[in-house]
Design a protein around this ligand. Sequence first.
Ligand SMILES: Cc1cc2nc3c(=O)[nH]c(=O)nc-3n(C[C@H](O)[C@H](O)[C@H](O)COP(=O)(O)OP(=O)(O)OC[C@H]3O[C@@H](n4cnc5c(N)ncnc54)[C@H](O)[C@@H]3O)c2cc1C
Length: 386
Amino acid sequence: MTSDIPSTADIVVVGGGVMGASTAYHLAAAGAGKVILLEKEPYFGQGATGRCAGGVRYQFATEINVQLSIASLALLESFEQDTGQDPLYRKCGYLFVLTQDGMVAKFKGNVAMQNRLGVNTQWLEAEDVKSRLPMMRFEDALAGTLHANDGLADPNSVVMGYIQRARQLGVTAFTDVSVLDIDTMGNQVQHVVTSSGSIATQVVVDAAGPWAGLIGRMVGLELPITPIRRQMLTTTPLPDLPADFPFVIDFAQSLYFHREGTGVLTGMSNPDEKPGFDQTIDGEWELVAMQAAAERMPMLETAGRQTGWAGLYEVTPDAHPIFGETPIDGFYLIGGFSGHGFMHGPIAGKLMTERILEGKSYTVDVSSLDLARFDENRLIFEYNVV
Ligand SMILES: Cc1cc2nc3c(=O)[nH]c(=O)nc-3n(C[C@H](O)[C@H](O)[C@H](O)COP(=O)(O)OP(=O)(O)OC[C@H]3O[C@@H](n4cnc5c(N)ncnc54)[C@H](O)[C@@H]3O)c2cc1C
């Protein structure tokens, strides 16, 4: 029902994926006043969040991403207590397999940095990798890294857990409402124009994921967030797949596998994918990815394709997210998570709340992840995104 859309709000959050849901919940929990969440689709969490692989991990190549993971996965641990919803956090471990010399040196540095920050990632020699993955063909493995508490959680449970609790705390959250325009006066946000009426507000949070750039244009901003299609598929049951099979990443090929039900979910990033909003499956790439997957995991030759889908990464030039203020007063951005936003969503909404209500994100210092860094040549490079 959209006829009762309020005409005023203290804060309007645009987008009902993990970022919008987490932000709305944390704003409400902090007593931010009248918060409205708007989602254009008939259900929450049907954008990038609902199409993601559900992976959550501590293993990253930059300190800021590791710090975001530490803080965010702690919120997944307390998620059921905080929201009443089980996020289905399953710690199966992430195993990165390294097959090129250059990667070995880089990942050794990553593991040292992660260990220094208190993340107990293990270094695996080539033989350890092969003995842990007897069902895979990794003759060319040079080394690997494993963190046992990396794993998977359920995107739908996380989004709906936040939305339901946010509603209990007073947020009004709508589906089937599209934001069509945002009016400013001088340099200040004034109104959000929607498909169901106009809302007067001084604060808007752009949490529109891959579509964040379109919302930015409504206030005259060109945000450096590019939608890039990624796709994956699941297989029919694989009875020989061990129950403790980890999330495996063949880093050189951006090819990954994890247990999904009684089969496997597998995907591979197409390096030639052009930016755009197309979410249909690229059949040609699916064949390329399937073949690469079967070469690594021969048992896939006996499996059928269960289902497949495509979604959009929201990519920034340095593969790191953007938090906080923009040149338009009252227009905040939480986006550009470049393929790892599901796992950072819980903490991201908290940091956004701190920023809006207190002017500073203090649980994790994300001041380096501001929008201005792209104009001021302060980009941060992440080696560990697939
Ligand atoms: C194939 C794939 C695999 C991935 N795997 C992982 C993974 O394993 N682990 C991980 O951490 N991350 C993963 N990601 C990345 C992760 O899904 C995203 O970073 C994260 O979900 C972004 O959340 P969001 O809320 O910003 O965006 P979204 O979930 O896309 O939410 C934005 C919402 O805004 C809505 N919206 C847009 N425009 C409007 C408008 N005008 N009016 C109202 N509403 C609007 C959209 O409908 C959408 O629901 C993956 C992504 C993809 C595509």
